[in-house]
Design a protein around this ligand. Structure first.
Ligand SMILES: [Zn+2]
Length: 248
């Protein structure tokens, strides 16, 4: 199968100290149920105030489109998915090596990717059973997230490589037995929607570039059920678009 994304064969560039903890920082008792549920995030900690005061929050229901001639998305992933951790909020895979995407003439490096069941973003009100977020950061500290939807279908071979090492135990990190190029998860066609948003977890920081891939990939019913069993429902409800539009 010919991929449109450029995958440079297994070059190994050691990038140390990049962990992406800003996306899922350590703070008391936020979650998806009860007192720590999304409705309360903004009151749990002053640092989380954007969760209730923000005006460009994520996720969203993508439904107010503007036709734009978006440039072709060029993903240059040459590194590897290295280890997997169940941090109690999500299943997160840390990456190593040179995994880059250029957007707005700016280079963003992949830090980690993680999952939500069911999907957080919706497309024309349609929710998917699972969504992955590929979190990228630029050298000057700006964030870009590429979102990928999963639908039920054929087994996903790349997903299985990490799923083999997913632990139900919170806080347990495991080095992957079968490391793989994170680009193996992407669909063949990289058409996308583009808009501005935030982290979908506290501190709900805004100014995040969002790219949602139009084409979902498949995962088997069993794979999605296993992910859901470990994470539970870890989707923040959709937030108002307010003044935003979605480029397509
Ligand atoms: Zn996420």
């Amino acid at each position: 199968m010919k991929k449109t994304l450029s995958l440079i064969a297994a070059a190994t560039f050691a990038i140390a100290g990049v962990t992406g903890e800003a996306h899922h920082a350590e703070h008391p008792h936020w979650g998806y149920n009860g007192a720590g549920a999304p409705d309360h995030w903004g009151d749990i900690d002053p640092k989380f105030r954007m969760c209730k005061l923000g005006v460009n929050q994520s996720p969203v229901d993508l439904n107010r489109f503007i036709d734009a001639k978006l440039p072709k998305l060029k993903i240059y992933y040459a590194g590897i998915a290295f280890d997997v951790i169940n941090n109690g909020h999500t299943i997160k895979v840390n990456t190593q090596g040179r995994n880059e995407v250029i957007v707005d003439g700016k280079k963003f490096s992949l830090v980690q990717f993680h999952f939500h069941t069911p999907s957080e973003n919706k497309i024309n009100s349609k929710q998917f059973p699972m969504e992955a977020h590929f979190v990228h950061k630029s050298d000057d500290g700006e964030y870009l997230v590429i979102a990928l939807m999963f639908e039920k279908g054929e087994e996903n071979k790349a997903l299985q490589k990490m799923l083999n090492d997913v632990s139900a135990k919170v806080g347990e990190s495991k080095k992957l037995h079968e490391m793989f190029n994170p680009g193996e998860l992407f669909p063949r066609k990289l058409d996308y929607y583009r808009f501005e948003g935030s982290f979908t977890t506290p501190p709900c920081t805004e100014g995040v570039r969002w790219i949602v891939l139009k084409n979902p990939v498949t995962a088997s019913k069993e794979q999605i059920e296993k992910m859901h069993k470990v994470m539970g429902n870890n989707n923040r409800p959709v937030q108002p678009l307010k003044a935003r539009v979605i480029l397509r």
